[in-house]
Design a protein around this ligand. Sequence first.
Ligand code: FO1
Length: 307
Amino acid sequence: MRVTAVAGGTGAAKLLRGLAACLAPGELTVIGNTGDDTEIWGLHVSPDLDTVTYALAGRLDVARGWGLAGETFRCLEAMGDLGAETWFNLGDRDLATHVQRTRALRAGAPLSAVTAELARRLGVSARILPMSDDAVRTRVRTPDGWLTFQEYFVREKAQVEVRAVEYAGADAARPAPGVLEAIAEAGLVVICPSNPVTSVGPVLAVPGIAAALGARRARVVAVSPIVGGAAVSGPAAALMRARGLDVSPLGVAAAYAPWLGTLVLDRRDAAHADALGRVGVRAIAADTLMTDPARERALARIVLEAA
Ligand code: FO1
């Protein structure tokens, strides 16, 4: 079965590993968020695309949830000695990815081609597509003004009040080649347990993608990133509140309302199943905390069976 997954970074990586383990090579397509792409030291960094690529290559630093396993940070130290900003931790080997991506983009290649080549070089059999080749940048408004997503998330450690979130450039962005087809032709579309506002939100903001999902509603299965009233990881709760969304599976369903068919929610949130049913979303309760590879595969199987 062909499966297309919409993915952010850390939250998505575990489910993607589980899905890849259950599917034949080439059956999985990932549509990755590029809203949190940024420029560091003149290099184009695509954190979520890299997290997905490294996870599927078996090279992700699983404990941190980003970057490469066994990484060193000597260049970062040296950059600090030279007076450069060092709040964004670029590892020595990870740097090679950003140098190659930046070189290829400057030579005129679209991000989708660069992403495919990086994945091929790292031995990933899944197809990884950026949501768009055009720049879409998530920005967060705080009491002191607008921040880029990485300034908010890494530099400020998500400890500042969020008043608004926007996806700059989204209105004029086009889906990357293959994105709409991957949604239209999949036997199952999975929305990974990623932040609905800053990981999945930017993907949905690209004109055409939400409508493509709407045409496949019965085949769209999301996994809730909210368990027991809190985010499994990261600042999803604060960002959902800033968007007026309840921090619960119901809030996740509201964010995905027009096109969500099924929501896999954690067993401890099973009490929300009836309310989900009333808004037309089928609920499946499962153990959603993927604390080891066996649990990643177990949840992936439940998602695959939901189709
Ligand atoms: N996250 C952090 O919390 N601190 C970092 O210093 C950091 C560096 C980093 C470098 C490369 C990369 O691909 C990701 C990195 N991340 C870091 C993760 C990233 O900020 C987030 O995972 C995503 O943007 C949110 O999905």
